[in-house]
Design a protein around this ligand. Structure first.
Ligand code: LHQ
Length: 264
């Protein structure tokens, strides 16, 4: 499929998805959201892809919803139908990202605002360039966080910081994002691409099936009691015990060599 507003590239077992409207800081349109959703669904069952990187072209990561999509309504004094828009865009995209059964890295190269910040927190790991900035921009235009912003951000930074960011709209830099746990690591802009690539390659060589199970278990356990979480762990562990990668990991340990995981 040819995409208009994202690029999809393969580098070994890593799929790179790049938001590609650099002149608008990769603000999200309906087309971009739908293309990105399709890209995530495409790699879901592709055994050749064992890690995904999401990044932005140019100086921005993603400036959130492209507000000009609603320009016709705004300029005629009407109020936009946001509910329908959300159903057709983010409510499909965000679950497609979160449910991806392989590690997903947000390579936050520049500003992440509004729904752009939601994209970053829908990924499993966030690497920020030292140039990156973050804002829950919604409140600045009289909106509430959407695109999973009330659900995912508190799970990443905790309730108090999430609420602070959501009701102030403060723009924070990469160092502050790291301090509050919003990003896992900050990398100099000059070596950003190489460091993201190195992490992606490392994750792509790991036991992919176990990573997929750990993602589901960890997210679900946030709303389970201990007994249910233990039962889910046991069921998943029983499945993992049957994988080639489990046998390979144990064999490599016993033989004091590096494992060669196949992702199954
Ligand atoms: C943009 C945008 C943008 C269009 C920069 N749209 N052009 C869901 C459903 C329905 C309705 C509404 O919302 C939502 C969810 C949301 O995501 S709401 C939040 C939407 N995002 C924002 O409100 C952020 C708006 N942007 C900004 O505050 C700034 O651009 C940031 C802080 C991101 C970056 O500032 P600067 O680095 O100073 O860049 P800039 O403002 O000069 O932007 C560069 C260009 O990108 C500029 O275009 P131009 O033609 O003038 O050069 C901006 O107009 C354009 N742009 N964000 N969201």
């Amino acid at each position: 499929m040819t995409n208009e507003q994202i690029t999809v590239e393969r580098d070994g077992a890593v799929a790179w998805f790049t938001l590609d409207r650099p002149e608008k800081l990769n603000a999200l349109t309906r087309i971009m959201s739908n293309e990105l959703e399709a890209a995530f669904l495409d790699v879901r069952d592709d055994p050749e892809v064992r890690c995904v990187v999401l990044t932005g072209a140019g100086r921005g990561f993603c400036a959130g919803q492209d507000l000009s999509e609603f320009q016709a309504a705004y300029s005629s004094g009407q109020r936009p139908d946001i509910k329908e828009h959300l159903a057709e865009t983010y409510h499909r995209l965000i679950p497609a990202m979160v449910d991806t059964p392989k590690p997903v890295i947000a390579a936050v190269n520049g500003v992440a605002a509004g729904a752009g910040l939601s994209l970053a927190v829908a990924c499993d790991l966030r690497l920020a360039s030292a140039d990156a900035k973050f804002t829950q921009a919604f409140v600045k235009i009289g909106l509430v966080p959407d695109s999973g912003g009330t659900f995912l951000l508190p799970r990443v930074v905790g309730y108090a910081k999430a609420l602070e960011l959501s009701i102030t709209g403060d723009l924070i830099d990469a160092a502050e994002a790291h301090r509050i746990g919003l990003v896992n690591r900050v990398v100099p802009a000059e070596t950003f691409r190489e460091e993201v690539s190195a992490l992606a390659d490392r994750l792509a060589a790991m036991p992919t099936a176990a990573i997929a199970e750990a993602k589901v278990l960890t997210l679900d356990a946030l709303t389970l009691d201990l007994h249910e979480a233990l039962a889910r762990e046991a069921a998943a562990q029983a499945r993992m015990g049957q994988t080639d990668d489990h046998l390979e990991g144990v064999a490599a340990f016993m033989e004091k060599r590096e494992p060669d995981f196949k992702g199954r």
